[in-house]
Every structure is written in structure tokens, then in C-alpha cells.
Design a protein. Sequence first.
Length: 315
Amino acid sequence: MDNLKNIVVGIDYTKSSDAALAQAMRMAQWNAAHIHVIHVIESLVVSDLARAYGAAEAHTEAEVRKAARRRANEAIAAAQALAAVNAETHSPRSEMNVDIVIGNPFYAIMCCIRVVSADLLILGAHGTSTSHRGAGTLAAKCVRKAPTKVMLVRENGRRPFARIAACIDFSESSALVIEQAIRCAQQDSAAIDVLHVFSPPWQVVHYMSPTLQASPDFQKQYRDHLNSRLEEFLRPYESETIALNVEHHLIEATEVKWGITEFLKSSGADLVVTGTRGRSWLVGMLIGTTAEAIVRDSPCSVLAIKPEGFSYRIG
């Protein structure tokens, strides 16, 4: 990931949040970027605590803020120690500010992104109210609507990435996906699996063939065409990937989303880079169904890349 100037990282003191903070530290060191840490406490929590303890709401809010800032400082210190262990060079510590906000978590994070012109939002994949499977509600909503790249980090994703999967569908976003995958791999000396999963036409449009499957010759010709297209797509990046371990994979699956998630499980990838809108997106959709499934079902951390010109009006 290159040319980052401002990274927003949302924390909620869960294990995946701690991992997200550690990754934010590493990426900020690569780019000498400014880190904006934000922890949002829902207004209703403060009101409920004030009623429960019979205290003034202003006093309760001050106490909650104080406790939240103390925990934030503890989380930052732990992430800085881990970042120092993982760093290959003794980079200067990145600038950082911490905001404790009372309000709606989604709107507060979106506001922070816009105020600081964030290049990247990093969140834990799941929060305090969700299971350890897939992404939490807030994280998934941010992937759909945030006007920037979003990284969701799983709780075991604190360290440098070793294997990165880049999902390519030849849409306009695919170039952005491979570029970001290469940048991350260069920083961590990671291997890259360039992945194109396709749903074969002989399973979908079988009525064009005299049998339920197209002839073996046609199937081979179709796969050869996709292989050639994938090689041609990667050719402009050869100079950047010459020092990296890069493999490309052409995978047939009845559903593209299932093919991708199964590959992620079997390959041991610890980061998947995907566009949020593919070739078949519908007008009005904020995120494609394949990207939605990757965010929901990925066993590893996710870096979601928005198409050029993406915007979403909040409120």
C-alpha cells in the first residue's frame, strides 16, 4: 500500500480491533502517514449508565471518556510494541491522534474519514456484538459505504502478511486490486496468488449445446482464452513483480463467490484484496454480491478497493 497520508483506524478493544491497530501502525510506518484513532461510544450507553448509577449524564460521560481513553492508550502501547518487533527498519514513529466520540459509530467514523481526507480505513473484522465468523455489522457497512479503501483485520492478523490473494475479474477495479496487492507484497515480501474464478458458460447456458455440457474442445478453448487474458492482464506488472513469488490461478466454480472463499481457505492466504464492484454490478448497488460474500465469509483479513469516483451521501 503506497502513498498513504492519513489512515483512520476504528477501535473497540476487541482482539480483532487490536490487530487492526497493529496493521495501521505498520502501514503508517511504510508511508510516514498520520494515524487517526477513533473510538465511538454510543449515546444510549452513556444514558443507560447514568440512569443505572443515578448520576448526572455529564458526569457519567466524562468518566466513560476517561476510561475509554485509558484503554485506548493501553491498546496503542501494545500495538506500538508489536509494530517495533515486526519492523524491518527503525522507522520514526508515525504521528497519531486519538478521538473518543459519543454518538453513532458509523456516522462518527464516516465523518472522521471525510474531515481528515483518509486514504484508508482499518477496522477489526468483528466487534463486541458479533461472532468470530465473517465481518461484523459495522465493518460490513463501512465496506459498503466508506468513500475510501477499507481493510478488515481478523484477530490473528497482527503480523506481516505472508500470502496475499488478489481477486481479478477484468473489471475496471481489477487494475487497482493488483496494484494494491503488489504494494502490500513488496512491503512484506509476501507471495501473491492472482485469482480468477469463473462460472463456466457450459453450466449456465447449456441450452446452446446439444448436450448438458459443451464439448471438451470448447471447454479447453474457453480456459485457454481466459489463461491468455490473465497473462496479458499481468504483463504490465512484470517489472514490479519480478522479485516476488507470484502465481496465477484459473478456477472453475458454479458460483464465483464460493470458488474464491474455498481458495482462501485452502491456500492459507492471510489477506485477500478485492474490488467492491465487478463487471456485473447493478445501478444503485453499493457493493457487488461476490464482494459481499468475500467480506462475509473470508477466513482471512480483507482489503476492499472502491472503484474510481465512488461516493456515498450520508444523511
